[in-house]
Design a protein around this ligand. Structure first.
Ligand code: CP
Length: 308
């Protein structure tokens, strides 16, 4: 039962509960009209302390397409946060006005703190370099609809594996399914954190290798998950400039890949996928962004208890 629950970490839901969300998302995709008024009278609050295009707007589009309404802020400076209000007091107040809240914050753990003080469901829309569970729902729905299920895949993840919260959430989520292998492609400085390696991959006996060259992953990958270098998490601009263009996926590299490989990217893209790749039918990152709206519709409908 997901009614009234929070989503802070991708592991908060059981596999059965995740499957229920995906089945509802499938049903919404097949028959959106059937769901166009299920959230009539409900309000989503979007509390975005960090910039966003896809996450905030797909949450808002999702609620509007369910027949509900939205309020919130996209810049903390336009709210009383600029006067020093705490996350705890902000969410206590928002709980008086809305039925569900999606929150993005630069500090790791902020969404969890909000969930402690909230009386409405809190959805983590990204907390610092930590987790981004609704991006993971988006990624999983995309994989499910193209590959059929979440097992028996070689998943290459390339770019900023240190700061990329979408990567941390995706590895955690996919580690629950059988017979997957990870190719973790990054510069030495941007390797996946040790806690993911030890507590997620090694603990669950999941095969993985760390690579520095993307070319070395192209032939084996069933799924290629590209990420940008997270400029906003660097302390030193020179380090960012040195690392930002290390990987650029281009047509020649795509020629090395399997015919049924898929390329995902949480977006925004900076330089890491050449525009020429967009025309390749295996490049499905904009379709992925659309699935993000549908899976957020399903998620909110479940948390508000307006759909079984
Ligand atoms: N994928 C993602 O989180 O994009 P935004 O930062 O635009 O929300």
């Amino acid at each position: 039962m997901l009614k009234g629950r929070n989503l802070i970490d991708p592991m908060d839901f059981s596999l059965k509960e995740l499957e229920e969300v995906f089945q509802l998302a499938d049903s919404i995709i097949e028959n959106p009209q059937q769901y166009s008024e299920v959230a009539k009278g409900k309000i989503l609050a979007t509390l975005f302390y960090e910039p966003s295009t896809r996450t905030r707007l797909s949450f808002e589009a999702a609620m509007l397409r369910l027949g509900g309404q939205v309020l919130g802020f996209s810049d903390a400076n336009s709210s009383s946060v600029s006067k020093g209000e705490s996350v705890a007091d902000t969410i206590r107040t928002i709980s008086c006005y809305a039925d569900v809240a999606a929150m993005r914050h630069p500090k790791e753990g902020s969404a969890m703190v909000a969930s402690i003080y909230s009386t409405i469901p809190v959805i983590n829309a990204g907390d610092g370099g930590h987790q981004h569970p609704t991006q993971t729902l988006t990624d999983l729905l995309t994989i499910r609809r193209t590959k059929g299920d979440f097992t028996n895949n070689v998943i290459a993840i390339c770019g900023d594996l240190k700061f990329g919260r979408t990567v941390h959430s995706l590895v955690k989520a996919l580690s629950r399914y059988k017979n997957n292998k990870f190719l973790l492609v990054s510069p030495n400085e941007l390797r996946i954190p040790d806690y993911i390696k030890k507590e997620v991959l090694e603990k669950n006996n999941i095969e993985f290798v760390e690579l520095e060259k993307l070319e070395d992953a192209m032939q084996e990958a069933d799924i290629l998950y590209m990420t940008r270098v997270q400029k906003e998490r660097f302390f030193n601009e020179d380090d960012y400039v040195r690392l930002k263009d290390r990987y650029i996926l281009n047509k020649e590299m795509m020629d090395l890949a399997k015919k049924d490989m898929i390329v995902l990217h949480p977006l925004p893209r900076v330089n890491e996928i050449s525009y020429e790749v967009d025309n390749d039918e295996r490049a499905i990152y904009f379709q992925q962004a659309k699935y993000g709206m549908y899976v957020r519709m399903a998620l909110m409908a479940k948390l508000m208890g307006v759909c079984e």
